[in-house]
Ligand binder design. Structure first.
Ligand code: SF4
Ligand code: SF4
Length: 311
């Protein structure tokens, strides 16, 4: 774990505007970290410039998530309390203010272009983005926790903590900490027909988060409802992701998780085993076909205006 020596000036900048300080630290880490590199593709970046948002643990959305995600879904305060009582053995934790920092990591444009050409299974570049990207998210989360601790705050990256749980539900799996729901609370985007998350930099992204014991100004939620960025719900048109899925896992009714798992773990097994080229890594190949070659891949999609004939 990285340890920091924080000088007075740096601490002063953090205290004056913690939101700006944290956002800059995340942007800088994405720009400079050697972890954000696709070594097999000339060292090109895995992720482009990130988006950062903040939410207060007292946002009523976290109570709602216990109904819409799972009754065991935890708020940032509940996660941080577990960290204090279980890991730090604090019997009476005092947590007045708890916030969550959410970051969105847009997948590199060239990776989108390459994967958009595929029709049945993921490109090698997408596969490396899936797994090397995971290592990067762990690295960034760990860095952020260390930085906040050096500033005198408590901090926890729930997804890489002992308190993260995968939960079985009737239509597949969910978890007690949904990164997309955290990102929604932090004003970073909305959900979509294919059960993705459309941000201002699109749907092809990964996200992560850190809960911390400091008060951060919550970000504005710039959307009318939780599906507003998806054209299918906003305008009753599109459905391009339905066409992109090789296993029929997306329909006008939404995303069928079990069919998607069948594609990921059975139908695309030959990709992971090298049948379509060597060098694939990880326990499964990836996919991402419904995130590429679609109008929402790198932006909030807009309806194309029809051309009218003029006299
Ligand atoms: S491709 Fe169209 S329908 Fe599918 S998620 Fe994107 S905007 Fe929504
Ligand atoms: S990830 Fe692949 S299998 Fe799953 S819904 Fe998207 S295109 Fe279909």
């Amino acid at each position: 774990m990285t340890t920091f020596t924080i000088d007075k000036r740096t601490k002063g900048r953090f205290d004056t505007n913690p939101e700006r300080f944290i956002e800059k630290a995340i942007i800088n880490f994405v720009k400079t970290s050697p972890l954000n590199r696709l070594e097999s593709f000339g060292g090109e970046p895995i992720f482009d410039q990130p988006l950062v948002g903040f939410a207060d643990s007292d946002d009523p959305l976290f109570a709602e998530y216990k109904k819409v995600v799972h009754e065991l879904h935890l708020s940032p305060k509940e996660m941080l309390t577990l960290h204090l009582t279980e890991t730090l053995k604090d019997k009476a934790p005092q947590l007045a203010d708890v916030s969550v920092i959410s970051f969105v990591l847009p997948i590199n444009r060239e990776t989108l272009r390459v994967n958009a050409r595929e029709k049945e299974g993921p490109s090698l570049r997408w596969n490396h983005t899936r797994w090397k990207g995971q290592d990067f998210i762990t690295g960034l989360s760990t860095y952020l926790v260390s930085l906040l601790e050096a500033m005198g705050a408590h901090a926890l990256a729930p997804e890489i903590s002992p308190y993260f749980k995968i939960l079985q539900v009737s239509d597949g799996f969910t978890s007690n900490w949904s990164q997309r729901h955290i990102a929604y609370a932090a004003g970073l985007g909305t959900f979509s027909l294919n059960e993705g998350f459309i941000t201002s930099k699109g749907l092809a992204m990964r996200c992560g988060s850190v809960a911390t014991s400091i008060k951060l100004k919550p970000s504005v939620k710039p959307y009318e409802h939780h599906l507003a960025n998806c054209l299918f719900y906003a305008a009753g048109k599109c459905g391009e992701c339905i066409r992109r899925c090789p296993g029929g896992a997306i329909s006008e009714k939404g995303h069928d998780k079990l069919k998607c798992f069948e594609v990921l773990f059975v139908r695309q097994k030959p990709w992971a085993e090298g049948a379509y080229g060597s060098g694939y890594i990880g326990s499964y190949a990836g996919c991402g076909l419904c995130q590429t070659g679609v109008p929402c891949e790198n932006r909030i999609p807009v309806l194309k205006k029809r051309r009218h004939k003029t006299d």
